[in-house]
Design a binder for this molecule. Structure first.
Ligand code: ADP
Ligand code: MG
Length: 302
């Protein structure tokens, strides 16, 4: 990994990563192969500084793999990633791995808190060990972050004493404690009881509103629609649609006309569950296929 922002002189004008000033994350030509199976196909993906991007798509489409490649929890098979202008390519050394993970905070669906450590210890561990913060400073920051996520009185609790929503809010505080350049969320509310989803989304909405750079893999269509600046639709390892949430979720994305069958097969909006968002997308795809086939018939093509 070269920890150099590609310089204007070394790169052609529109070179990948060259607009690093505006882009916090820039991914070009990302491919990921597991064994015989290619899971990501030549993905180009970028996130501007301060942007909140929702990544949606059917189960198995490669959403987790995409964000895990960003912080090298999975090593990309090919492609280049720039994080704040720093280039990551191929195998990274342990020091480089540690640096990229420090800069990108990850929040997992299953919280990944250390069960034998208190909330405070979970949050201060990395700042003290990795960022070399003093314990006093790390604890003060941790308490401020706990207040921010509405858990001021839980510093001394253990994860087993918390609800899922509380655990996830601790996990968010833990990610924030490293002062990362961007936060990556992998279905942060998918393991929660429905009544606990709202408290976590509220914290995430607050982070987006204060201008944090975020990539959120989610099936919460309401969140994607009302909080994200951009929605990216992944299907079978490819980005098949992206843009302004209102545009992507409208019946006629990007102003394209839709066939008359669209309203009939398009379920009620907004979808409330994974299944309906998947159905919605499959309907969307089918509509497009029908439309392009009919379009082709009209102009006399096979
Ligand atoms: P999503 O998050 O969209 O549900 P994933 O990124 O988890 O999708 O997975 C995409 C595909 O890659 C799936 O078919 C999954 O089985 C496969 N996959 C994910 N991780 C691994 C792995 N470590 N080894 C082999 N196959 C994997
Ligand atoms: Mg996933």
């Amino acid at each position: 990994m070269e920890y150099q922002r590609p310089s204007a002189s070394a790169q052609p004008e529109a070179a990948p990563g060259a607009s690093a000033g505006a882009l916090m994350i820039d991914v070009r030509g990302l491919c990921k192969v597991f064994g015989e199976r290619q899971v990501l196909h030549d993905i180009d993906f970028s996130v501007k500084r301060g942007e909140c991007v929702a990544v949606i798509g059917p189960s198995g489409s490669g959403k987790s793999t995409l964000i895990r490649c960003l912080n090298y929890l999975e090593t990309p098979t090919s492609g280049t990633i720039w994080i704040d202008g720093k280039e990551l390519h191929g195998q990274l050394s342990p020091a480089e791995l540690s640096e990229v993970r420090r800069e990108l905070g990850m929040v997992f669906y299953n919280f990944n808190l250390f069960p034998h450590m208190s909330v405070l210890a979970n949050i201060t561990l990395a700042p003290v060990q990795v960022r070399r913060a003093s314990r006093a400073q790390a604890e003060q920051t941790a308490r401020e972050l706990l207040e921010k996520v509405g858990l001021k009185d839980k510093a001394d609790a253990y994860p087993s004493q918390l609800s899922g929503g509380q655990k996830q809010r601790v996990a968010i505080a833990r990610a924030l404690a490293m002062n990362p350049k961007a936060l990556l969320f992998d279905e942060p509310t998918s393991a929660l009881d429905p009544e606990l989803v709202g408290e976590v989304l509220k914290v995430m909405r607050g982070l987006a509103e204060e201008g944090r750079t975020m990539v959120v893999v989610t099936h919460e269509m309401g969140f994607a629609r009302s909080v994200a600046d951009r929605v990216v639709f992944l299907d079978q390892g490819r980005i098949v649609e992206q843009g302004d949430p209102e545009e992507v979720f409208r019946l006629s994305p990007r102003g394209r006309s839709w066939p008359a069958c669209a309203p009939a097969i398009w379920p009620a909006w907004p979808p409330r569950s994974t299944t309906s968002s998947t159905h919605l997308y499959l309907a969307h795809r089918q509509c497009r296929r029908d439309f392009s086939r009919r379009g082709a018939e009209k102009v006399g093509q096979p």
